[in-house]
Design a protein around this ligand. Structure first.
Ligand code: ATP
Ligand code: RIB
Length: 301
């Protein structure tokens, strides 16, 4: 049976400019290409999970504008349930101007708009769907109170939670404690823990209760799984990176699906690495998320 994944998160319209290199402050550079496409960490993770065959419900908030219409028709096309997407009458749909250089590296500014205005009522309307989920996943592009609240609703119903603490921010320890799995990248780990240099020590400092684990994504290095007593690196798949934007989202979508399907943790991380590796071989964020068959083929080698 398909894993049931609930994502409480953001949508942004990504406005991506591709150029040879990043501009210096004050510099104007000619770009190679400009693309508008669906993004936002929550939505990207939802798309990744849906393309991997999961039954996905997205809880989020968009404005009353053309970007919101584009989001709703995109989710429909991807088979994502949108019954719990709220329309904000006052705040615009999130947008993300992005630069990508020739090495595939990216820089992003997010203007989160409606995403930051999610309310507890938006989440409460979906309580039954949350209670029936295999995994609930959230990120930091909605207001932090709702990150906390979404995980509380899930945990009180015995549902597993993943917190992808991206983009980097400081969170109360009580919120971090609600996550069964934390999936920071290196920068997010440093900011969340206040510890630099030693990933293992930093990740372990975030684990405060039984049953928690951290999975630190380390780009082309793969991912490091840290438990209170062990630490294991699960290497990345070797691919040629074209655009790494959304790699973390692909990883989280893949990780949620694998856990939801009952795969053991190490296997779930390998599955997530494969999903993310395929996503960096294509341009864009949500559009670069791979299909299940491609992931299975890469895993078989
Ligand atoms: P982004 O912010 O660009 O979405 P991130 O910083 O959140 O990414 P990373 O740690 O860079 O996340 O990458 C997430 C995962 O993507 C890695 O754990 C790895 O599995 C995969 N990945 C990233 N870059 C590469 C690469 N060059 N080759 C293979 N896999 C990669
Ligand atoms: O993780 C990539 C995403 O971050 C982009 O889609 C952009 O919208 C920003 O939220």
């Amino acid at each position: 049976m398909a894993a049931k994944i609930v994502i409480v998160g953001s949508f942004n319209m990504d406005l991506t400019a591709y150029a040879e290199r990043m501009p210096k402050p004050g510099e104007t550079l000619p770009g190679r290409k400009f693309v508008t496409g669906p993004g936002g960490k929550g939505s990207n993770q939802a798309v990744a999970a849906a393309r991997l065959g999961a039954d996905v419900t997205f809880i989020g908030r968009v404005g009353n504008d053309v970007f919101a219409e584009a989001a709703l028709s995109f989710w429909k096309q991807e088979g994502i349930h949108t019954d719990f997407v709220a329309r904000d009458p006052e705040n615009a749909t999130g947008v993300a101007p992005i630069w990508v250089d020739d090495s595939g590296e990216n820089s992003i500014i997010v203007v989160l708009g409606a995403n930051l205005h999610m309310t507890a009522a938006d989440i409460d309307r979906a309580t039954d769907v949350i209670a029936a989920a295999d995994v609930v996943i959230t990120q930091l592009e909605i207001n932090y109170d709702m990150v906390d609240y979404a995980m509380k609703v899930a945990k009180t119903r015995g549902v597993r939670t993943i917190l992808n603490p991206a983009p980097a921010g400081k969170l109360p320890r009580e919120t971090v404690a609600l996550a069964d799995y934390l999936t920071p990248n290196e920068t997010e780990l440093e900011i969340l823990s206040g510890i630099s240099g030693d990933y293992e020590k930093a990740a372990r400092s975030l684990l405060t209760r039984e049953g928690q684990a951290a999975v630190v994504t380390i780009g082309a290095g793969g991912a490091q799984w840290v438990s209170p007593t062990t630490s294991t690196i699960i290497p990345a798949f070797k691919v040629t990176a074209v655009d790494t934007t959304g790699a973390g989202d692909a990883f989280n979508g893949g990780f949620a699906v694998a856990l939801g399907e009952g795969k053991p943790l190490e296997e779930a991380i390998r599955f997530a690495n494969a999903t993310a590796a395929l996503s960096v071989t294509k341009p864009g964020t949500a559009p670069s998320m791979p299909r299940r068959a491609e992931v299975e083929a890469l895993l078989k080698g």
